[in-house]
Design a protein around this ligand. Structure first.
Ligand SMILES: [Zn+2]
Length: 250
């Protein structure tokens, strides 16, 4: 779909050829319709900095998969490992729906401040209970095991980086690096990002809202470079949160 991207030239070493990057392919669960949920792990999984990159959670907002594909050829910086997840909603992507195959908005199905609202058929139906869906359960289990220091969730199509409740220095630096505005979306109940920022100590999870349409190879490259910098923790320059009351949430 996206062709074969060229390697991302992210690091040069002073002498000789860099050691090869350890790569593992991992199936961490299955969707409602039995499709595998896969991650590609680059680098040492016990590295002190562990970054998870999720290309798609809302099935009709999947342009971030091109960034994940680009990162498969990256070299994480020393002390950093990457979990690259093209999609946690493969059924929704095939159906062209935001929700999974049972009509649940996976990004309202996480257990922090989950709320029973609406009915099946609503665009953001949170499901009958927190973690009622195999996709959200599988992701929850993976994140609990990996304990990421950074997680990035790609969405569309607001064209911004959201101050999602993690370290605004990291979030703001990412926004500057990719040329998107740094803004403040609501902290939605049951969102994966808000849950993660609540439970992980010292970690940062945030949402990147890509513009509508596909991501060009040049843009995918720019995002991939920004992910590697954020993953390595080299972009922690202090930044002011754009949120009026940033820690309050919903
Ligand atoms: Zn979304």
């Amino acid at each position: 779909m996206f062709g074969v991207p060229a390697p991302v030239p992210v690091q040069r070493v002073a002498f000789g050829v860099p050691a090869p990057v350890a790569v593992q392919s991992l199936t961490f669960g299955h969707s409602v319709r039995g499709r595998a949920l896969r991650a590609l792990v680059l680098g040492d999984p016990s590295a002190p900095r562990r970054a998870v990159v999720i290309g798609c959670i809302h099935g009709n907002e999947c342009a971030g998969e091109a960034i994940v594909a680009r990162l498969q050829h990256a070299r994480p910086r020393p002390g950093t490992a990457l979990w690259l997840i093209p999609s946690v909603n493969p059924d929704g992507h095939l159906l062209g729906t935001r929700q999974n195959a049972r009509g649940v908005d996976l990004n309202r199905n996480f257990p922090f401040r989950w709320r029973r609202t609406g009915v099946r058929g609503n665009f953001d139906w949170p499901g009958p209970a927190p973690l009622s869906e195999p996709e959200s359960r599988s992701l929850h289990r993976l994140l609990a095991r990996v304990r990421p220091t950074l997680t990035i969730y790609y969405h569309q199509q607001a064209a911004l980086v959201d101050e999602s409740g993690g370290n605004p220095g990291i979030e703001g630096a990412y926004a500057r690096a990719v040329g998107l505005p740094f803004r403040c979306l609501p902290r939605y109940p049951g969102s994966a990002t808000t849950w993660e920022n609540h439970v992980t100590r010292g970690g940062t999870a945030f949402v990147v809202e890509l513009p509508a349409g596909p991501v060009s190879p040049a843009k995918a490259h720019r995002h991939a470079v920004a992910v590697l910098a954020a993953a390595a923790g080299t972009t922690t320059r202090a930044a002011r949160s754009p949120c009026p009351n940033p820690r309050a949430g919903l």
